[in-house]
Design a protein around this ligand. Structure first.
Ligand SMILES: [Zn+2]
Length: 280
């Protein structure tokens, strides 16, 4: 009780002094503590000597931080670092902005989606550095494939694995734009980093041209050879259809350690549109 009253008194005193600019820093210290004595923390009890620094006719009193102050500073720095890392990892993952913070708790399990949700959850929960599986999520446009992929990605990012979502349509288009240009090497999009915990290949299957196959093969084969995890979303409904789009070499490597799950639910965008239309 004594200690609390002392503390309140100290706070009251220092507040009134803060507002009084006429008081020199020496006087300020004098009123807060006896200068002949070392400073002692009322919270952790640590006793610390003052260092007196002459400053233009005045004296500045400095001391080291006590145990509880050091601990508070450490915790603040830790939280700041954690938040910064989290933000960086999520931005870097390049999921669509709407999905940057989405989790499984946000997903409404409509009919036809349950199995895919289950498979995605299992994939995320069982994820580790030695995870070498490939999960393929298929379904029609707008059925929630990329959303589920983002749920997996975010769950893994929360456990500090680096994740990147590569939209293949955009990626291959950026490569195509470099053709015939003298500065092609500079404009060429960066291939996915080999250090990624998980690579998401979003929208696989519209890549029917031979040069697409070579680029895809390079990406997929490197991860396959290194036993690294992949998550694929595709509009193709089965292996045969996907084969026609990406070729045998790529398909082989995806399916060898892969699991395929199909979303039979229709487009959620269309479903929302129909609901809105019906309610009018
Ligand atoms: Zn202390």
């Amino acid at each position: 009780m004594e200690a609390l009253q002392d503390l309140l008194e100290r706070v009251r005193l220092s507040e009134s002094l803060m507002n009084d600019t006429s008081v020199s820093s020496t006087a300020r210290i004098r009123l807060e503590t006896t200068p002949d004595e070392d400073w002692h923390c009322l919270q952790c009890g640590e006793v610390l000597p003052w260092t007196v620094i002459p400053m233009g006719g005045r004296y500045l009193h400095r001391r080291e931080q006590c145990r509880c102050e050091r601990e508070t500073a450490r915790l603040v720095a830790e939280v700041e670092t954690r938040e910064l890392t989290d933000r960086t990892m999520r931005t870097w993952a390049r999921f669509p902005v709407d999905f940057r913070r989405i989790t499984f708790a946000d997903v409404r399990a409509v009919r036809g989606m349950e199995r895919a949700i289950q498979a995605a959850k299992q994939f995320a929960e069982g994820f580790s550095h030695s995870h070498d599986r490939t999960l393929i999520i298929s379904g029609e446009v707008g059925c929630g494939k990329t959303m589920l992929a983002a749920c997996v990605g975010n769950a893994i990012i929360a456990r500090r694995y680096w994740v990147q979502c590569l939209n293949l349509v955009n990626y291959l288009e950026s490569i195509r734009r470099t053709w015939g240009r003298s500065d092609a090497a500079e404009l060429m999009p960066e291939p996915p980093s080999p250090d990624l915990g998980l690579l998401v290949l979003d929208d696989l299957g519209t890549q029917a041209q031979a040069w697409h196959h070579d680029h895809l093969y390079n990406i997929v084969n490197r991860r396959y050879m290194n036993h690294q995890a992949m998550l694929v979303t595709t509009n193709c409904r089965d292996e045969r259809e996907l084969l026609g789009c990406i070729g045998q070499r790529v398909l082989d490597r995806l399916l060898h350690r892969g699991d395929w799950v199909d979303i039979t639910a229709p487009s959620y965008r269309m479903a929302e549109y129909r609901r809105r239309k019906a309610s009018k």
